[in-house]
Design a protein around this ligand. Structure first.
Ligand code: TZP
Ligand code: MG
Length: 204
């Protein structure tokens, strides 16, 4: 995956939206996102048929707009939606297993500290998600805030691996993440809760 795709990466599920997620995605696409991740998580998250149905619709919009569509965690959902890629954390299905089954798909992996990075099969992934950059209330079980310095360290160790920062990022601090060497910023609430989604995306 080219690093440019990570530039403005919207991560989202139904719980992150105050109105129809399809409308949020429409606005975000118009606003200029470069990548999308369907992350159906949190209290009251959709399951089963409802999750697949929303996933299909989001997937179609991304295909029409030529934006990579990534699924969070769920390898079955990823397969069913014919997604472009999958993003996993340290406790999800292993990157080795996914890569063995899907040699050409995009795989993203979260790394929240040096220990996690050192135990990760970085050579098998297409990009790394580094964070949390800043404090966030969107994800309840986050690892400790590690800040933009972490991006710098990851890029120093793996200069050729695309890196996207995540966690508490918005227009007010995205520059710090990019200046630390990130290829882009992954954002949930700053986009989904924005009054003017286009304006926020433009100022990222
Ligand atoms: N992983 C680390 S922090 C986070 C995830 C999924 C949540 C980011 O949400 P927000 O609203 O952009 O802080
Ligand atoms: Mg996970």
């Amino acid at each position: 995956m080219k690093g440019e795709y990570l530039r403005k990466y919207l991560v989202m599920g139904s719980r992150n939206c105050d109105y129809d997620p399809l409308l949020v995605l429409d606005k975000a696409i118009l606003g200029g996102i470069t990548c999308f991740q369907y992350r159906e998580k949190g209290e009251g998250a959709l399951k089963g048929e409802a999750m697949y149905s929303l996933g299909h619709k989001l997937r179609r919009k991304c295909a029409e707009a030529d934006i990579p569509f990534i699924v969070n965690d769920d390898v079955e959902l990823f397969g069913a939606l014919n997604a472009d890629g999958i993003h996993v954390g340290q406790s999800d299905q292993s990157v080795e297993e996914i890569r063995a089954k899907y040699p050409n798909t995009i795989i993203g992996l979260s790394v929240s500290n040096r220990k996690e990075l050192d135990q990760s099969p970085v050579q098998l992934v297409d990009y790394l998600g580094a964070g949390p950059m800043f404090a966030t209330t969107t994800k309840k079980d986050t690892k400790e805030v590690i800040g933009p310095e972490w991006v710098k360290e990851v890029k120093h160790l793996y200069p050729d691996v695309p890196v996207v920062g995540i966690g508490g990022i918005g227009p007010e601090n995205s520059e710090r993440v990019i200046k630390a060497g990130a290829d882009g910023v992954a954002v949930i609430s700053a986009i989904t809760k924005a009054k003017d989604i286009s304006a926020v995306i433009k100022s990222l």
